[in-house]
Structure formats: structure tokens, C-alpha cells
Design a binder for this molecule. Structure first.
Ligand code: BG6
Length: 478
């Protein structure tokens, strides 16, 4: 007789996620200061059809309605980010009580509905004042400001918040911000990128250390955008390229979080080009201190990558932000790897690979290398949705996508791996940083588009009812 699979843990955190800039709107209300995104979106040509988060999906004014919908879906957890500029409008200095109160009310409302708050401290919306004052992540002055901001959150919400995410996708905001110039501060300089990234590592480690040293209850860790890499075939030079990509794209960040050092191969590659960050003896002591290390790895999983050797010098390229399938351009890192098509995988309209098995592989690789529990902090399908005349949204493609990924998580749990929870991207539809409002991820449709905020009405999609049944059955009824 076939053996039964291990079940999902009883306290598994079935949830969904968001980020402040993508949902809140009210960008000048409640004493909020401006963030780098509030400015960046106004540069012509930077975002899809010039979209911005001034109104977004107006969660700031409608959070009670959104939390009610979460409760209706039976969510056990909700991951959201706090806008640094609501707490410290200038990044440091005076605390803005109105900002503190907004998140206090949100957290209380979640708890009243038995929904576990998972708080992301930083999801890319750096206070513009810190960018102006000392160039943000490029100055070590940000370390003290970041720790002070994090401490303010621990002190005010730590009695109710037990899961903290420090930095969201450091690899993404650094690469887009300092290498591809597609996020603020729109720089293309790898040396500056690695230097700023090192400072972000110090800020991350300092906040985690502070949390561990001051007796707060709960768990803390970063969320990393991990795309496991496959080699295009068994040719040894392509296998080597896959190893290069894994080291350069992923171990470079995750090794630092967990071990406190960078992989030798990447360090050596950087030194040869004169782009290695400076590491002081004090940095090393901080980074290697076990108190600076995370309690869990937050995993944002969307897709895998497939690579081959790159001896033709293919470099960075812009992403498909139009939703026109097949418009993705060739990209890579000269001498290290180039991204190639994987014939075994389907793609989304934005050319992201659809690969549920890749999620099981991601969980296994994190377990083998880092031996940490994983909280899956993002996973979802960006797609075009159609609002029918009767206000229904038949997103069977999203249900299919999520079902296969839940199966992959179940398989990883059956492998014996520790997975704490799954907060899908996203709960309501929201603003995609570079792709506008047409790329939708939510269980709840929000009636707005690029041209108009319309009435911002919320309509549960078919996937909403499907997820409700998954949660109610603790992952059995798919
Ligand atoms: C992650 C981010 O990179 O992926 C989210 O943490 C983002 O903020 C999500 O929205 C989906 O990406 P995109 O580009 O499709 O919005």
C-alpha cells in the first residue's frame, strides 16, 4: 500500500502578501514623507504607462474592508510592509505618531480576525530624505538609521508581531537600482552596486542582532528572491555556467545572511575587475556573529532560470514589462553565464517561467546549504484578468498555478523539510512596480487600471474561493 504523505503542519501559516507602496496610496497623507519611489515614478519612461502608487488600491483608507475579505478567505497570516516614511517622514529624527497608529490599528484588526501579522520592515520605499542627505544605501550612515527604524517597530508592535522580515529581495532592489537603473536611484555601476549591497548586509545583520540581543519574542529573517538555476544540458561547461549563476545570483546573498561571508568564487571574480566591496575587520565580526544570523529564510519564489556558457559577451537587458509574450531579450553576465530558454517550461505573458517543481528544488537547496526553516513569503502568477458583467473573475489559470505550487510545497514537507508558511503574492490586486496595474496577482480583483482609479471596488476571484477551501482543509483539498 502506498504510504501517506506527511501532512502540512497544524499551525502552517496559509496567507497572502503585499507591500506598502503597491497598495496603500495616500502618499501625502497621515504625515507621511516622500520615498524614493514617490519621486522615481515621475521620471518619464521609467514605469509602465507612467503608473504610480499615489492612490494604488487605496488600502490606506480601505484596510478594514481588505482585512474583512482576508477573514472571509480564512487567511491564517498576512504579510505586509511598513512604509518607513510613515514612521519617520525624513528617515530619522521625530517619530510620526499618525503613521505608528495606522499600522497599530491594522495589526489589531488582523489579530481580532485571528490573522497572524508578518511584517516586512523594508520593501524598497527608502525615505527620499536619506537619499538626499547621504545617498541612502551608499552610506554607512544608513545602518544606524535602519536599526533605529527597526527598533521603533519592535518596540511598538513586538508584543503582537512574531514574524519579521528585514529586507525584501535585497538582490532585486540592488541589481535594479544600481546595475540596470530600472529602480531608484537608477545607477549603472557594478562597483557602486556591490558597495551599497555590502552596506545593506551590514544594516540587515545589525537589525537582526539588535532583535536577538534585546529579548524580543519571535523570529526574524530576510526575504530572498531565489530562482534556482538549471544548466541547459549536461555539457560540463554549461554545468559550470549554472554553478556561476547560482553563486553570483543567489549564494552571494544567502551565504552572507547565514554564514556571514561571500562565496570565494564571486569574491575572486569581483577582485579581478576591481568591483569588490570593502570589508573591514569590524564588518566581519558583525557578519559572522551568530546573533546576526536569521531564524528563517524568507523565500520569494516565482521561477527557475536556465543557463548556458556565455563566451559571446551577452550582458544585462531590460525585462518584458508589456505583457507581450516572447518579447524578452537575451541577457547574462559575460564570461559567467547567459540565460536561455527552457523547452520543458511554459511561460507567463511576461515571459516568466512556470515551474512548480522548481519550488521543491528551491526548498531542498536552501535546506541542504543552510539548514534553516523556510517561510515562503511570495509566490504567485501575474496575469491579465477579465472582470465579467456579473463581477465574477474566472481565473482558473491562477488556481492551476497555485495548486501545482502547493503540491510542490507538500512534496518538500514530505521530504522532511521545515516550511513555516506560504504567503502568496498577492491578496488584492496591486501596483506592479514596473508593469502597471494590468499585471494582476490577487485573489481579490480591484477595479482600476492605468488610466483611472475608477471606483476601486473589490471583487473576489474564483481563486479566492479555491484558496479558502485549501486553507480550511490545511492543504488537503486542492
Ligand atoms: C517581487 C516583489 O519581486 O515580485 C514584489 O517583492 C513584486 O514587490 C513581485 O510585485 C512581482 O513582481 P512584478 O514585477 O510582476 O510586480
Amino acid at each position: 500500500m502506498a504510504q501517506q504523505m506527511k501532512p502540512f503542519p497544524k499551525n502552517f501559516l496559509w496567507g497572502s502578501a503585499s507591500a506598502a507602496y503597491q497598495i496603500e496610496g495616500a502618499y501625502r497623507e497621515g504625515g507621511k514623507g516622500l520615498s524614493v519611489w514617490d519621486q522615481f515614478v515621475r521620471i518619464p519612461g521609467k514605469t509602465f504607462k507612467g503608473t504610480n502608487g499615489d492612490v494604488a488600491v487605496d488600502h490606506y483608507h480601505r484596510y478594514r474592508e481588505d482585512v474583512d475579505l482576508m477573514a472571509k478567505a480564512g487567511l491564517k497570516a498576512y504579510r505586509f510592509s511598513i512604509a518607513w516614511t510613515r514612521i519617520f517622514p525624513n528617515g530619522n529624527g521625530e517619530v510620526n505618531q499618525e503613521g505608528l497608529k495606522f499600522y497599530d490599528d491594522l495589526i489589531n484588526d488582523l489579530i481580532a480576525h485571528q490573522i497572524e501579522p508578518v511584517v516586512t520592515i523594508y520593501h524598497w520605499d527608502l525615505p527620499q530624505a536619506l537619499q538626499d542627505e547621504y545617498q541612502g544605501w551608499e552610506s554607512r550612515r544608513i545602518i544606524a538609521d535602519f536599526v533605529n527604524y527597526a527598533k521603533t517597530l519592535f518596540d511598538n508592535y513586538g508584543d503582537r508581531v512574531k514574524y519579521w522580515v528585514t529586507l525584501n529581495e535585497q538582490n532585486v532592489f540592488m541589481q535594479h537600482g544600481y546595475s540596470m537603473a530600472s529602480h531608484p536611484p537608477a545607477v549603472t555601476d557594478p562597483k557602486r552596486m556591490y558597495a551599497a549591497n555590502h552596506i545593506a548586509n551590514l544594516a540587515n545583520a545589525s537589525a537582526i542582532k539588535y532583535f536577538h540581543e534585546h529579548g524580543y519574542q519571535g523570529q526574524i529573517g530576510p526575504s530572498f528572491a531565489y530562482s534556482p538555476i538549471y544548466a541547459v544540458d549536461a555539457a560540463p561547461e554549461n554545468q559550470l555556467a549554472a554553478d556561476n549563476a547560482e553563486q553570483l545570483n543567489s549564494y552571494y546573498w544567502m551565504d552572507m545572511y547565514v554564514f556571514g561571508h561571500y562565496p570565494t568564487i564571486v569574491r575572486n571574480w569581483q577582485e579581478k575587475q576591481g568591483i569588490a566591496p570593502e570589508i573591514t575587520v569590524e564588518d566581519q565580526a558583525l557578519l559572522e556573529n551568530p546573533l546576526s544570523h536569521p531564524d528563517f529564510m524568507g523565500l520569494n519564489y516565482y521561477q527557475t532560470g536556465t543557463v548556458a556558457k556565455n563566451d559571446t559577451g551577452v550582458g544585462a537587458a531590460a525585462e518584458n514589462t508589456s505583457g507581450k509574450k516572447g518579447t524578452i531579450k537575451e541577457s547574462g553576465v559575460p564570461g559567467m553565464f547567459k540565460n536561455v530558454k527552457n523547452d520543458y517550461l511554459q511561460k507567463t505573458d511576461w515571459d516568466w517561467n512556470i515551474d512548480p517543481v522548481g519550488l521543491q528544488i528551491a526548498l531542498r537547496r536552501i535546506n541542504s546549504r543552510y539548514n534553516l526553516p523556510v517561510l515562503i513569503t511570495e509566490n504567485g502568477l501575474g496575469a491579465f484578468d477579465t472582470l465579467e458583467a456579473d463581477h465574477e473573475i474566472h481565473d482558473d489559470y491562477r488556481i492551476h498555478f497555485l495548486r501545482e505550487h502547493v503540491k510542490a510545497i507538500h512534496a518538500a514537507i514530505d521530504d522532511g523539510l521545515q516550511v513555516i508558511g506560504y504567503t502568496t503574492w498577492s491578496f488584492t490586486d496591486l501596483l506592479s512596480w514596473l508593469n502597471g496595474y494590468q499585471k494582476r496577482y490577487g485573489f481579490v480583483y480591484v477595479d482600476r487600471d492605468e488610466k483611472s482609479a475608477k471606483d476601486l471596488a473589490r471583487y473576489p476571484k474564483d481563486s479566492f474561493y479555491w484558496y479558502k477551501q485549501v486553507i480550511a482543509s490545511n492543504g488537503e483539498d486542492l
